[in-house]
Design a protein around this ligand. Structure first.
Ligand code: NAP
Length: 435
């Protein structure tokens, strides 16, 4: 196709922060290549920011603090939303879609909460809505799921999709340092925000799990459907104990389809979990992200790379922008999200999990049998037991086989009430095993 004489495609970029500045740079520096690949030149019509008076290495004439007016320009065909948060991005994206303009966004919070409304607007107006950068930064995972695997049946998606928490857990594992010290260090190095809540409490990973589950299982899953636990309670002792079971601890976003008493359902969940050291996700360290996808015919695929940062995220945004621009040149649009399957999201207690329970116990005979009895009462079978220390420091660690999360958590509640259990110090799940 050599439609390089097609009329220019006007682009509005909303937001010129970490990601937006890199998108503007690539748009400018790569203009010639982009024109060849698209078949028409991309022309930057304007950049919306909060403070349009601040110099930013872009023609000041292009800057505006009125994103709605920029979106409304007749010569804007494509809108790239890189402001972040729910409003004003939601209203601006709807405005663009309703006026027949395709949209590219990196906004996970928005897509996790409002994908339905936005996709319907894109569908109604027969335009594209792309969001590759919303999950795992530079790593192509949305397009493999929506396109490359669209002829297969995805059964499970497991990801390390939050770089901040992966950095913290990797550092705790490598150095033996405590959570608070590593979090402070992550802040100094720019890996953690001043308010790290969205990362360390798992909200960011849950938003991404909702997006992944929606597209993997052709169903509508929002962040509210995702079970979530963060990493704030993980201790150096947990990582140390994990090593003794040939495991490490990672914050995982897990999306799976499963049979719940004859009804096919989806589980989307985020929690720190033990994974065996020989699992492919165990070697993903520092601020890197990775996603494994399991599907019936393709088997297991793994995607790995930089999950954040201005330039890596901008690379994913640019891929979407080129696709949307090409579609415009040929007069069509790409495949949209589909939600035909409408599988219901199941609560965590219906899911089959394995537990790792660490307890401080009284150092006297019979305790192990009593503890084992509580598991047996609820048909939770034990896979391994480890006893550490003695006297004041006696600690018992139990790892279970797969059982319903409800049976596992009820067992933990019962253990907490036992006289011989001084304290249940840590409860984690174990993932990535076949048992
Ligand atoms: P950022 O650095 O905070 O930049 C936000 C930009 O939006 C700034 O230029 C800001 O203007 C502008 N802005 C804020 N409110 C505005 C408003 N009401 N009207 C017009 N402009 C407004 O954010 P970012 O890190 O680039 O992130 C952008 C998006 O990418 C978010 O959805 C984020 O979740 C997503 N994302 C980011 C990364 C990453 O590594 N940073 C990775 C994946 C996805 P001023 O410059 O004047 O303040």
């Amino acid at each position: 196709m050599t439609a390089t004489n097609s009329r220019p495609i006007g682009v509005a970029v909303l937001g010129m922060g970490n990601v937006g500045a890199e998108v503007v740079r690539i748009l400018t520096e790569g203009a010639d290549d982009l024109r060849q690949r698209i078949g028409a030149p991309l022309e930057l019509r304007g950049v919306a920011v909060r403070d349009a008076k601040r110099a930013r290495g872009v023609d000041p004439e292009l800057l505006t603090d009125d994103p709605a007016a920029l979106v409304a320009h007749d010569d804007v065909d494509l809108v790239v939303e890189l402001i972040g948060g729910i409003e004003p991005p939601r209203t601006l994206i709807l405005q663009a879609l309703e006026s027949g303009k395709s949209v590219v966004t990196a906004n996970k919070a928005l897509m996790a909460a409002h994908a339905g409304e936005l996709s319907e607007a894109a569908e109604r107006n027969r335009v594209d809505l792309y969001f590759e950068a919303a999950v795992a930064g530079a790593i192509p995972v949305i397009r493999p799921l929506t396109q490359s695997l669209s002829g297969d049946r995805v059964t499970r998606v497991t990801g390390i999709v939050n770089g901040t928490t992966n950095y913290i857990l990797s550092e705790m594992d490598a150095t033996g340092a405590d959570y608070a010290d590593v979090l402070a260090e992550a802040g100094r190095l720019g890996y953690a925000e001043a308010d790290p809540t969205a990362d360390v409490e798992g909200y960011d990973a849950a938003a991404k799990a909702a997006i992944l589950a929606s597209i993997a299982f052709h169903s509508r899953v929002t962040a509210e459907d995702v079970y979530r636990e963060g990493i704030t309670a993980i201790t150096a002792a947990d990582l140390d104990a994990a090593k003794k079971f040939d495991c490490t601890i990672k914050l995982l976003s897990i999306c799976e389809r499963f049979d719940d008493d004859g009804v096919e359902k989806i589980s989307a969940r985020v929690y720190p979990a033990l994974i065996p050291l020989d699992h492919p996700l165990a070697t993903v360290n520092g601020a890197f992200n990775a996603v494994t996808v399991e599907s019936e015919n393709a088997g297991r695929l793994m995607f790995y790379g930089q999950g954040a940062g201005g330039a890596p995220t901008a690379a994913a945004v640019m891929g979407d922008l080129v696709m949307a621009a090409r579609n415009r040149v040929v007069g069509g649009r790409g495949p949209l999200e589909s939600t035909y399957a409408s599988l219901p999201a199941a609560p965590i207690d219906r899911v089959q999990t394995r537990y790792y329970v660490s307890m401080k116990v009284a150092d006297r005979s019979g305790v192990l049998a009593q503890v084992a009895g509580e598991f047996a009462k609820r048909s939770v079978s034990i896979s391994a037991v480890r006893q550490d220390g003695s006297g004041e420091n006696a600690r018992l660690i139990v790892v279970t086989h797969r059982a319903s999360d409800r049976a596992q958590s009820e067992t933990v509640a019962a253990l907490e009430k036992m006289d011989s259990v001084i304290k249940v110090s840590s409860v984690l799940r174990l993932e990535g095993t076949d048992e």
